[in-house]
Design a protein. Sequence first.
Length: 629
Amino acid sequence: MKVLYSLIIFFTFLLIIPHALGGKRQEEMPGTVFETLLEKITSLQQQKESKYFFPFSWYKQKGLFESWIHLNMAGDELMKIIRDDVKFYDNNFFVTGWVVQILVETHRLQTVNVDSKVIEMALETLLKYSDQNHPDIPMISFWPQTKKDNIWYAYPQNLIDPMKESGGFLNMIRKFLTSLHLDGLWDKLKPIFEMVTMSEDAFNIPTDSDDTSINFALGASLYDAQKEFPDMFNLWNTGSNRNLHLAVKEIVKYSYQPLSKSLDDSILDPRSYLFMHDFLHTSAVNTPDFKLSATWLLNLTQDRQFFHKKLAMPFNVNNVDISVCSNFLYGVTHLATSNIVPLSSWLSEEVKQMIYNNVQYIQWVIKSGRVGERPDIGLTYYPPLYDFYWFASRTLSLLSTEGQNFPDPIFEKIFYILQDTFENEATPQLLNRGHTKGDYLFWDDFLGVNDTNISGKPINRAEDRLFTTSIVLNALIDTWSTRTSDYKYVWKQKTPQDVKKMIKMAANWITKEGIDDYKPENAFFSGSVKGGGTLPAYYPTNYIKYLNGTAPPPNPSMKYFTPELINAMKGIVDQDTYEKMLNEMHFGSETPRKQVPYNGKIPWPYWSSPALTYSVSLLGISKYEHLKD
């Protein structure tokens, strides 16, 4: 076994070196638990620009909080080592956009004192993520952009550059292992290196409504916190951020409108369609102007135009992720409650319709239990089940502020829908999934829960327990508390005693056991393919063409599923027709009727950020500090 581990270390050497050289050891911090968490978070902020020099250093942007791309592999000790230690540093807007919002909020809760320089350094880099193809509109890119042929496109350097350089390295490893008759080890390591050498097309994503909505919330939180951070809103409110109303219109422009006569508006990723088919028949089929937030700020016409210029949607079709819908809802609600820009400049009837339809959808996925049935296709880019609950509960919390004067009747309408949904449906769903241990309550998701120890016996490594428990704690507090005008959390009068008790048990687990004894890992983000059975090729479609307008033959095999294929569902199909489609073979495969296990045999990439875990933990226990008896 020692020889095997030595080989593993050798073969993953080039990927681990940058992390080893640039990583920070998490020492025990002095002071209160709040100060400890704040120190952990700020220690994970990049203090200076680091240039890419593979394999010795990653490109790291100054001011961003650490984020790493891993490969989810469940199983023995080897799988654990690969999952935990072979990773790529990633620069993105998402993590830091969230962490900054959380730091601003916890500072206002007065459990920590956040240095404004931390916020300033982050904002200076986040401002660079606005889409340069639309310099006057704050449409936000997940990754940094670069320019070629007069088009700006996403360029994650730490993924693309190693891919260009590693062909020879891949062959060297394979031949060396084969010569030692370690073909089995190669079979396990191969997915790691194939991930490095995957097609560059997978990274040519357009700007998205999710990061754009997070930017709305970031600006609104800074606007609300001008007393605490007097210069930060002015720093953020420069360039295209002065035109938030235009970005709202762009999100509406690219929304999913199943009954539209326009092909650009009415086609959808077949995985998203299967997830929401029943919902469309109950809520959309008789609503011509029905709209849901879609992920990508691009349509099929533009995809055809820009595909060969390195700008395209994954699989050339838009999708609907319920977490993205929730973040849009929170972003525009925060714009409205903060009045950062006049409502009249963006809150059109179209936007109101979309807000209402998003809330209808959130209500349906919770009340129907659909979110728990097929998270693999409904949570397209946010695989953790619990993220969605918190993302959606944040809007309820925002509208639960004491003495709230709703900025428009649409927000009063959605408030009561969300309140009913979270108090009566989401709360028991969350509590029923928890695990008790004495006076503690905690939650697990999927990282490390299906591993085996050195003897081959099942073991739950609970690598995302701290993150997941903190997420659920926030969702429950957001459901059952009201925020006062002086920024304090107080219980709602009708809060059940058993809910209060369980929230206390979760907060105690975080502070007394979770922070010290558990990893701060998470899987906050992923690609849309999460193992076998989650490719769009496996799902029913009624629109199938190549970008050039030609079509594959009837009942095509997988060889016809190329990067230039459009495989989509158009409009709303009646129940009987769709049931027949579900029973057909698609690209030679059956449609999965149940959730495809996250910890299956096929590995898939996910993003993890310890800084985000510590931030969510800090926020949850800071809120609870106000609620303690």
